[in-house]
Design a protein around this ligand. Structure first.
Ligand code: 5CA
Ligand code: ZN
Length: 409
C-alpha cells in the first residue's frame, strides 16, 4: 500500500536529546538507545470509519517520537499496518450494505488525507493485512509445527504457554486478562481451547466471508495479532526500538504479538519498549467507532478548522493522559495558533536559543508536549511585551516548532 506525502522536517542548530519514554512492560521510564537507524512499529487503523481525535492523538504521540530521533540525526525506519480485513470491518460493511473492500479503501484514503493535513510523518512501509497474508501463512504453519499452536474445528490457536515471557508486556493477572480478552476481540469462553486466553492465528473460511489460500492451514483469514507480527518481523526484525499504539492495545494485542514473535524466533524481546497513548473521550466515554461518540478530523477540516490548530489541541495534552475532547480545547488551540503566528511574523524577537533547548528537553522527557507549548507561549509573550533584538529569532522558532512539534506557523 502507498502511504502519504512527508512534510519537510527542518534541521535545527545545536544537538538533539536522547528520548526517555514510558515503557508499559517495565512500568517506568527507559532511555532508548537506538542505532543510527531507529526502528518503530505503530499499529494502524481498522478502516471502517473515519479518523477520530483519539486516533489522531495516538499517531501524534508517535510522530513526536520520530521527530525527537530525527533531531538526533538518526534515520527512522517506521512501519505501520492497516487492518483491512477483520470482524469489525466486515460487520460494518454488512450493516451498511457496502462492499468491505470499498469501505476499507475509502476510509484508508481519508486517513491518508487526515495524516497529511496534520503533518504526521508517513511510515516507510504501510502494509495492509490482506497483502501480508502470504507472509502470515508460513508463520502460523511454523508455530503449529513447533507445537506452539493447535487446531480447533479448523481454526488455529496460539498456545500462550509456549512463550515463557507471556504476561510481561501488560503485567496483568489472569482474571484481568480474561475480561479484556472478551472485550477486545478474544473468545475466552470458546469450548475446546487449551487456555481460555489463547488467541486465534488463523480462522477457517466462514460462509459469506472473504477467505484466502492458507496452504496447509486450509482457506481462511488471519487473526489480528499475527498480522502485526508478520509485518513487523518482515520489515524490522526482532528487538526493534518501539512498538506503539493506544493503551487499549497493551492487552491483548501487544501482549499476544510479543508472545507470537518470541515463540517463533526463540529471541527476546520483540520490541525494546512498548509505548501506549492514553484514551481520548467525548461526553464521558472513550471515543470509539463501536460507540459512535466521535469527532472526526475530516469533519473539522470540512468545517474550516486549520489542521495546525487541531494538532495544537492534541499537543496540549500529555500523550499518556486520558482526556476529553471539548469545543473549549479546540478554541484554546485556535487562539494559541493565532498568538504564535503573530509572534513569528515579526522581524525580530527575544533570543530563540534557550527556547529550542527547552522544547528539546520537554520532548526528551517522556514527550512532554504541554511543557514544550508552555515554553513557546513564554517566548511569544516576551515577544509581545518586550520585543527583542535578535533578528533571526522568529525564523528559528518557526523552524523549531515545525521540526519538533509538526506545526507549520
Ligand atoms: N488495527 C488495530 C491495530 S493493529 C486497531 O486498533 N485499529 S483502531 O482503528 O481501532 O485504532 C487505531 C489506533 O488508535 C490504535 O492505536 C488505538 O489504540 C488508537 N485509538 C483508538 N481509539 C482511541 C481513543 N479513543 N483515544 C486514543 N487512541 C485511540
Ligand atoms: Zn497492531
Amino acid at each position: 500500500m502507498h502511504a502519504w506525502p512527508a512534510s519537510e522536517v527542518p534541521a535545527l542548530p545545536g544537538k538533539g536529546r536522547d528520548l526517555r519514554i514510558h515503557d508499559t512492560a517495565t512500568g517506568g521510564l527507559v532511555t532508548l538507545d537506538p542505532g543510527p537507524v531507529a526502528r518503530i512499529y505503530v499499529c494502524g487503523i481498522t478502516p471502517y470509519d473515519a479518523t477520530h481525535m483519539g486516533h489522531a492523538a495516538t499517531y501524534n504521540a508517535f510522530d513526536l517520537v520520530q521527530r525527537v530521533w530525527l533531531d538526533t540525526k538518526r534515520q527512522v525506519h517506521y512501519v505501520q499496518n492497516v487492518t483491512d480485513v477483520d470482524d469489525p470491518l466486515l460487520e460494518r460493511a454488512t450493516r451498511d450494505g457496502k462492499d468491505w473492500v470499498e469501505l476499507a479503501e475509502g476510509e484508508t484514503a481519508l486517513f491518508r488525507e487526515d495524516m497529511t493535513a496534520l503533518r504526521l510523518l508517513p511510515p516507510k512501509h504501510y502494509i495492509g493485512a490482506v497483502e501480508a497474508i502470504p507472509g502470515i501463512v508460513p508463520l502460523v504453519e511454523r508455530l503449529r509445527d513447533m507445537g506452539a499452536a493447535y487446531e480447533l474445528e479448523g481454526d488455529v490457536y496460539f498456545s500462550v504457554e509456549s512463550d515463557t515471557h507471556f504476561g510481561e508486556v501488560s503485567g496483568l493477572d489472569t482474571a484481568a486478562m480474561k475480561l479484556l480478552s472478551a472485550e477486545r476481540g478474544g473468545d475466552p469462553e470458546r469450548v475446546g481451547k487449551k487456555n481460555p486466553l489463547d488467541p486465534m492465528l488463523w480462522m477457517a473460511a466462514r460462509e459469506g466471508e472473504p477467505s484466502w489460500d492458507g496452504g496447509s492451514l486450509g482457506r481462511g483469514r488471519p487473526g489480528w495479532h499475527i498480522e502485526c507480527v508478520a509485518i513487523a518481523l518482515d520489515h524490522l526484525g526482532m528487538g526493534f526500538d518501539v512498538q506503539g499504539g493506544g493503551s487499549d492495545l497493551a492487552f491483548p494485542h501487544h501482549e499476544m504479538g510479543a508472545s507470537h514473535a518470541q515463540a517463533l524466533t526463540g529471541e527476546y524481546p520483540f520490541a525494546k519498549a512498548y509505548v501506549h497513548a492514553g484514551m481520548v473521550g467525548l461526553d464521558g466515554a472513550k471515543m470509539s467507532k463501536s460507540k459512535g461518540n466521535l469527532v472526526f478530523v475530516s469533519q473539522l477540516r470540512r468545517d474550516g478548522v486549520d489542521p495546525a490548530a487541531i494538532r495544537l489541541a492534541l499537543l496540549a495534552h500529555h500523550y499518556r493522559a486520558d482526556w476529553e475532547w471539548t469545543d473549549a480545547v479546540l478554541a484554546e488551540a485556535v487562539e494559541r495558533l493565532g498568538r504564535w503566528r503573530a509572534a513569528v511574523s515579526r522581524p525580530d524577537g527575544p533570543s530563540a536559543e534557550a527556547l529550542v533547548e527547552e522544547i528539546r528537553e520537554a520532548l526528551a522527557n517522556d514527550l512532554d508536549a504541554p511543557a514544550a507549548l508552555a515554553a513557546v507561549d513564554r517566548w511569544a509573550a516576551g515577544q509581545a511585551s518586550a520585543g527583542g533584538a535578535d533578528e533571526g529569532a522568529p525564523g528559528v522558532v518557526s523552524r523549531a516548532v515545525d521540526a519538533l512539534l509538526g506545526v507549520a506557523l
